[in-house]
Design a protein around this ligand. Structure first.
Ligand SMILES: Cc1cc2nc3c(=O)[nH]c(=O)nc-3n(C[C@H](O)[C@H](O)[C@H](O)COP(=O)(O)O)c2cc1C
Length: 481
């Protein structure tokens, strides 16, 4: 096998007195007994200069047959738990590394089919990471780090169906290195076999065929299992950047204080709708009464959904508590209110300031705000003219500063929670509301003047006065976008 073996790069070897342990952020393996039985073997593996055969040969020479059987037992454990990485060498030159990323990883030195044809998976991506060229694919539990540029030419050839002979003609690498590299790609899930009908085998996998490339990356990288990236609460930007504060600095000097209703707990029993009937009748409502929603109702709606109930300061950016839940109580979401028709409030573009429960007027209607409302209207199935569109944006860094790998998924989960809170409050208040799944983040950036990468739109909710007839059958045909 032309591969040298070593520990996976995200594993650290911890040695304390007589104890040796191999640790990744997702688990640890005790190597104390291996170290005691075969002194020096852990260091040889860590050095990464031996093939598996050379290691076994060295153990046989120094520890005899009994040592070899101990080595084989431990080797099986290391391989089984995906602690071993493989380095492809051609004479003295390192060509590529194969690094396990998850415990599902299994190494195989033989490509799917000895002669091909093969092609790259449509999910394989290459990127720069700390000076390395990394190829990854969320179909499996490993990544390939490409060290030799000649391998890039092979990868280019694999963008189309190519067999062993054609591939060999594109490179001066020896055939065994080409075969070993193909095996690495296969272990990383990046190599497809071309079936006799000329199609890559992965296209016939029904479940896989349904995935967009970016969705499968998002899924696999924001859940544990097949990546070795920092995980959840790591505070990786601490000391480098300041955390964003709980509340944004004022966006405008022109403010409108909003109505604050008494808390439902204090109100009389008759005035407060019961929870379960509200839950049962809640529906997406896209048709409005001719009298638009009133500013007082808008204030009450925002109060029940999103105001700050409690605010705590600390050196980690602090937290707030609101009617809607938020991951880590960080509440990165900001609400922007695009008004077309609201009694008591001029049409325009506003930001909701949830601590003082007020709107900050950012601007009057413009062709861009009109475009946004038109898009909103189209997204709610062209049922009616929008009255109020509440655009949900995220100050991404509030979440990213604390969480790694899961940040964007937490943001979208927060949006889901907020949607449900908005639906229920709209229902309880007798308003018409519908969540919008799509939206144009660039249009929002143009309307708001905010940096696309710093604060972007991640959702929207259409709100208006409810048309009486809309109570009849909320599940009308076609209302299921
Ligand atoms: C995440 C999410 C996105 C949605 N996106 C849209 C949308 O873009 N346009 C729309 O008219 N309705 C949208 N809806 C509303 C759904 O169509 C609606 O919830 C579904 O048809 C079920 O109907 P119900 O809400 O009345 O129970 C969305 C709902 C959710 C939860």
């Amino acid at each position: 096998m032309p591969y040298c073996v070593t520990f996976r790069p995200d594993a650290t070897l911890q040695r304390q007195e007589n104890e040796t342990r191999l640790r990744t952020q997702f688990g640890a393996l005790e190597l104390t007994k291996l170290q005691a039985a075969l002194p020096g073997v852990v260091d040889r593996i860590a050095a990464g200069r031996d093939t598996e055969e050379a290691l076994a040969g060295w153990v046989l020479e120094t520890r005899g047959l009994k040592g070899l059987s101990i080595f084989h037992r431990w080797w099986a454990v290391l391989v089984q738990h995906a602690y071993i990485a493989y380095r492809l060498r051609d004479e003295d030159r390192v060509l590529a590394h194969l690094n396990p990323l998850g415990f599902g990883f299994r190494f195989s030195a033989r490509p799917l089919d000895e002669n091909g044809p093969w092609c790259l998976s449509r999910f394989a991506l290459m990127r720069r990471r700390d000076g390395d060229l990394v190829l990854e694919c969320p179909k499996a539990w490993a990544e390939v780090v490409v060290w030799d540029p000649r391998l890039c030419a092979l990868l280019f050839s694999l963008t189309k169906a190519v067999d062993r002979n054609a591939l060999s003609r594109t490179t001066d690498l020896p055939p065994r290195s080409v075969a070993a590299f193909l095996a690495m790609l296969q272990c990383a899930g990046a190599l497809c076999r071309i079936d006799p009908d000329g199609r890559p085998d992965e296209e016939k996998h029904q479940a896989l065929a349904h995935w967009d490339v970016h969705d499968l990356y998002f899924h696999s990288r924001s859940r544990m299992g097949r990546h070795a990236n920092g995980w959840a609460t790591t505070y990786r930007f601490k000391g480098r950047f300041d955390p964003l504060p709980q509340i944004k600095a004022p966006m405008s000097p022109e403010v409108i204080d909003l109505h604050r209703p008494g808390s439902p707990a204090q109100a009389s029993a008759e005035a407060v709708p019961e929870f379960f009937p509200v839950l049962e009748t809640r529906a997406s409502r896209r048709c409005y009464a001719s009298e638009p929603i009133h500013l007082r109702q808008l204030g009450e709606f925002l109060h029940h959904c999103f105001r700050v109930k409690q605010k705590y300061d600390d050196e980690l950016g602090g937290v707030t508590f609101r009617p809607t839940p938020g991951g880590g109580a960080l509440h990165s979401l900001e609400l922007y209110v695009l008004v077309q028709a609201c009694q008591g409030l001029a049409p325009g573009f506003y930001h909701y300031q949830p601590l003082d429960h007020r709107l900050e007027k950012i601007g009057d209607p413009t062709p861009l705000t009109q475009r946004m409302l038109l898009l909103g209207r189209q997204m709610m199935l062209d049922q009616d003219n929008p009255q109020v569109e509440i655009v949900v944006a995220s100050r991404f860094q509030r979440i990213q500063w604390k969480y790694e790998s899961i940040a964007y998924s937490v943001i979208l989960k927060d949006v889901g929670c907020l949607y449900q809170t908005m639906y229920l409050v709209a229902e309880a208040m007798g308003l018409a509301g519908v969540a919008l799944g799509g939206g144009d983040a660039d249009l929002f950036a143009a309307v708001s003047g905010l940096d696309y990468f710093a604060e972007g739109s991640v959702g929207a909710f259409m709100l208006g006065s409810r048309r009486a007839s809309d109570d009849a059958d909320p599940k009308k045909e076609g209302h299921h976008e």
